[in-house]
Every structure is written in structure tokens, then in C-alpha cells.
Design a binder for this molecule. Structure first.
Ligand code: 5GP
Length: 203
């Protein structure tokens, strides 16, 4: 187990800033993990690139991947599919490198079942009003979609108890720093390092 990379799951309500925090983590020159690009049936937003932000696919293509058992997890979220292709995650973990997933809560719970030794981090908004402001400021969703996302966010916050860590996203750099500290400490947990010490003492 110690030679395998660590799976880091960043989750939390939509609009809490997961994408921005993930982006800031990826831009940190000292980062030492690989990001798993998700697949979605949602249309690209302005500036989003296929293969970088998401793999943008049709509903049929996505359903084919599910049928082929190609998804580590997937969820239907606000009328679209989102999911994590399994192959990249497994190959990267097998090569000893850490993988970061940024996914919503239903998907995170599926990963928890399949990969219980992952690190599950729940990003929280400082409060719900701030969450609505952030979604509105983004300006990409109509009112009905915003209302749907807010109802969903309240339900999602109740899911926090299924995670290992809760990180408040008050300021992006602070949230990033908290997550990096978690990753650093998780690497020192005895179950992750015991094998290499056993080898060292010839056991
Ligand atoms: P958005 O449409 O704002 O990019 O994403 C909507 C939600 O889907 C966000 O909460 C985002 O974290 C989540 N999401 C993105 N990729 C995945 C994925 O691969 N699996 C799951 N379950 N959720 C995802």
C-alpha cells in the first residue's frame, strides 16, 4: 500500500469554490499530485477547454462509458452527468503518484465505498448567503438553476459527517494552505508508511 499514490477527494456544495481552489492548487509550483479530469455531458462554459477542464461528451458517450464499467464514480447533477474515468486514476495511483478528484458529494460517497483509504475533504462555504452570492456573481446560471443549486447545497452540507476533514473556503489561499497541510500530514500516517519501515528492519 505504501508505494501506491494517495487518492485525495475534494468535495462540497456547488458554488463553494471547489473549482477555484483546485485551480489554485494546480498552479502551486510545489504541488505533487495529478488532477483527474472529469467527464461531463454539460456544455462547456466560455473559456473551458476539452481535456483540460472536462472531457465534454454526449449523453450517449457517457452512458457507453458507464456500460463499459469505465467510471470510478458518476452522478447526475442538475440534469447532467459528471463522472471520473477510472483508468487514469488507477494508472496514476499505481505509479505511486497522488491523484486529486474534485467532485460533488454523491460521487464522493461512491469513491468512499471503493477506496476507503482515500482522503476525503469537504470544502464548506462560510455561510449560505455567501454561497448564493458567489453563484450569482458567476453569472452563468439562470434563476431556476440557482434555486436548484441552493436547495442541493443545503442537502449537501448535511453530508459533511461522511468526510475526514472540513475546510472553510473563506479565502482561497487559506483554503489551499489548509488542504496542503492535510495532504502532508496524511502522508505521515502510520498505515501509509509502515510497510517501508518493516522493509527497513527486514521484516
Ligand atoms: P460545474 O457544472 O459547476 O462544473 O460542476 C457541477 C458539480 O459537479 C460541481 O459540484 C463539481 O464539483 C461536480 N463534478 C465535477 N466533476 C465531477 C465528477 O467527475 N464526478 C462527480 N460526481 N461530480 C463532479
Amino acid at each position: 500500500m505504501s508505494n501506491r499514490g494517495m487518492l485525495i477527494v475534494l468535495s462540497g456544495p456547488s458554488g463553494v469554490g471547489k473549482g477555484t481552489v483546485r485551480q489554485a492548487m494546480l498552479e502551486d509550483e510545489f504541488r505533487d499530485f495529478h488532477y483527474s479530469v472529469s467527464m461531463t455531458t454539460r456544455k462547456p462554459r466560455p473559456g473551458e477547454q476539452d481535456g483540460v477542464d472536462y472531457y465534454f461528451v454526449s449523453k450517449e458517450e457517457f452512458e457507453q462509458e458507464i456500460a463499459n464499467d469505465g467510471m470510478l464514480e458518476y452522478a447526475q447533477y442538475v440534469d447532467n452527468y459528471y463522472g471520473t474515468p477510472m483508468k487514469y486514476v488507477n494508472q496514476t495511483l499505481d505509479s505511486g503518484r497522488d491523484v486529486l478528484l474534485e467532485i460533488e458529494v454523491q460521487g464522493a460517497m461512491q469513491v468512499r465505498e471503493k477506496c476507503p483509504d482515500g482522503v476525503f475533504i469537504f470544502l464548506t462555504p462560510p455561510d449560505l448567503l455567501e454561497l448564493r452570492n458567489r453563484i450569482q456573481r458567476r453569472g452563468t446560471d439562470d434563476q431556476a438553476t440557482i434555486d436548484k443549486r441552493m436547495q442541493k447545497a443545503a442537502d449537501e452540507i448535511k453530508m459533511m459527517e461522511n468526510y475526514d476533514y472540513a475546510v472553510v473556503n473563506d479565502e482561497i489561499p487559506n483554503a489551499v494552505q489548509r488542504i496542503e497541510k492535510i495532504i502532508e500530514s496524511e502522508h505521515l500516517r502510520v498505515p501509509r508508511v509502515i510497510d517501508q519501515y518493516k522493509k527497513m528492519i527486514g521484516e
